[in-house]
Design a protein around this ligand. Structure first.
Ligand code: BYC
Length: 472
């Protein structure tokens, strides 16, 4: 169904035919807008931003570009097309038609997953609230705002499901989405990474590379859900997620490129002395964001994950393309885990290892971008390689939580860790240095902060000096 933009809440779910639901969501809408004004990008209400807006949910040409004031962005409810033939691809209900409503016995499980997913979306907007003040260019500022409005829409996607399918409980959960806040000591966001600060643009690019990529993998698993409205919501969300990871990959890539240029131009490794971000510091930020994002996959061995799968609630990445029985009852999977203070390999039932399997898919995907960064460093004639740290490094969730492990996977004593931590994770001094580079936003079209290279091309093929944001 086409997106109906004539409604207060744009949608392709025929909202006007369900007056109760429409009224409930129209009640939530002003609260969302208040939250956006209080917790969204600070001081930006009057800006005209060159944004893309969804005009249809099919794969061709869904986006429309134009100047929009962010509070007037048409947040709405867009689900991918329904496939009337779709069946559940795995677990005990394999082969049965997908559910158009929530089966009673799965209600609390589904609600919990939807709430956890939904909670991350406004959290990331809160984390990025102040970044606009120090944007390295209009191009980057526009990309930040695009990411922000789309995370806002992803919240709408989950809030719609809560309102439409979970009755009063769902409405209460939707309220809570705007009450918990990133880093709030009393009412924090649910998952750890979403309570960390994103105080500078290097952090932002690492976050969109690593943490948004967790989003890709979680959404892809939920897109396999037997609960069809969740699946269809996630499928459309994934189309928006791709741009966020592009922002991350190219953002880190452009910083690396600039660093290499400065090293060559000034014939020095001491990039800080010439106003760039040194490679060692970039590696430390990578270590931090990668390890924090690995935690988002949960325990290595998880009965929750096994139950989600068996019940048909959450599948594997690209479930239908995997060549096996999609039941996994007798199957095994080898995981890295900890035993008596050591890292060991262990073969466990494949069902309980589903979080770890997804984490493995994610790690392989992360490694591809690192390879591209390294090629660019090599092309620039610099002898340095960025590396993903060991999966056990700096973990707070799962078997390695609390252990001291080096980026190359050696178990350390507390003293060894303390002696080296500053070489592996950003120190206060590193953070202070990166923060010191974040000057006032660069607002002249086509100009870039000193520490980052321009992008290879403009958004929607716009010219290099295109005015992506007008401040009014
Ligand atoms: N922090 O059996 P386990 C995105 C808890 S990002 C805190 O492994 P499960 C985005 C867990 O709740 C994608 N607690 O759990 C990106 C459980 O508690 P109980 C977000 C954690 O359920 C950028 C216990 O530990 N989407 O979209 O298998 C910008 C046992 O753990 C954490 C989703 O996450 C943690 N990291 O796995 C914007 C999808 N990990 O039961 C957006 C929905 C575990 O003992 N969520 N715990 O009370 C899920 O699928 C699952 O909840 C998790 C956890 C994969 C997160």
């Amino acid at each position: 169904m086409a997106i109906d933009y004539s409604q207060l809440i744009p949608n392709n779910v025929d909202l006007s035919n369900d007056r109760r639901l429409q009224r409930a969501l129209e009640n939530w809408q002003p609260r969302f807008l208040d939250w956006w004004k209080d917790m969204g990008p600070d001081g930006t209400s009057a800006f005209d931003v060159y944004l893309r807006t969804a005009v249809s949910t099919d794969s061709n040409g869904w986006a429309n570009f134009g100047y929009v004031k962010m509070p007037e962005y048409r947040w709405g409810i867009f689900l991918a097309e329904r496939d009337p033939e779709r069946t559940i691809a795995y677990g005990d209900n394999k082969g049965k038609p997908v559910w158009q409503d929530v089966p009673g016995e799965l209600r609390s499980t589904l609600r919990r997953l939807i709430v956890t997913q939904g909670d991350t979306e406004p959290a990331s907007v809160e984390q990025q609230r102040l970044l606009g003040k120090t944007a390295p260019s209009l191009y980057d500022l526009r990309n930040l705002f695009q990411v922000n409005v789309e995370e806002g829409r992803h919240l709408w996607a989950m809030v719609y499901l809560l309102h439409a399918y979970f009755g009063r409980d769902g409405r209460e959960e939707a309220e809570e989405m705007l009450v918990r806040h990133s880093g709030d000591p009393d009412k924090p966001r649910i998952l750890g990474a979403f309570n960390e600060a994103t105080p500078d643009w290097l952090s932002f690019f690492m976050f969109t590379y690593f943490t948004d990529r967790d989003g890709k993998y979680q959404l892809a698993s939920l897109a396999e859900s037997g609960f069809d409205p969740l699946s269809r919501s996630c499928r459309f969300m994934l189309t928006e997620e791709a741009h966020h990871m592009f922002v991350g990959e190219t953002g880190v890539g452009r910083i690396l490129l600039r660093t290499c240029e400065l090293m060559k131009e000034h014939k020095t490794d001491d990039v800080r002395s010439v106003g760039g971000i040194d490679l060692a510091t970039i590696q430390k930020y990578l270590n931090f964001h990668f390890s924090v994002s690995l935690d988002l996959f949960g325990q290595e061995a998880s009965t929750n994950a096994a139950n989600y799968y068996t019940m048909g609630v959450k599948g594997r990445f690209l479930e239908t393309r995997i060549d096996d029985d999609h039941l996994l009852t007798g199957a095994t999977y080898e995981i890295d885990t900890a035993e008596n203070g050591r890292i060991v390999k262990k073969t466990v039932p494949a069902l309980s290892a589903l979080n770890e399997r997804l984490r493995q898919d994610y790690i392989e995907d992360c490694a591809k971008g690192v390879l591209r960064w390294n090629k660019a460093i090599e092309r620039a004639g610099i002898n340095f390689e960025m590396k993903l740290p060991h999966r056990a490094f700096n973990r707070r969730i799962g078997a390695f939580a609390g252990m001291r492990i080096s980026p190359d996977g050696r178990v350390l004593s507390e003293a060894e860790w303390k002696a080296n931590e500053g070489q592996w994770l950003p120190s206060d001094e590193d953070r202070a240095y990166v923060t010191s580079l974040m000057g006032p936003a660069v607002t002249q079209p086509g100009k870039y902060a000193h520490w980052i290279a321009p992008p290879a091309r403009g958004i929607n093929n716009q010219a290099a000096d295109f005015e992506y944001v007008r401040f009014n």
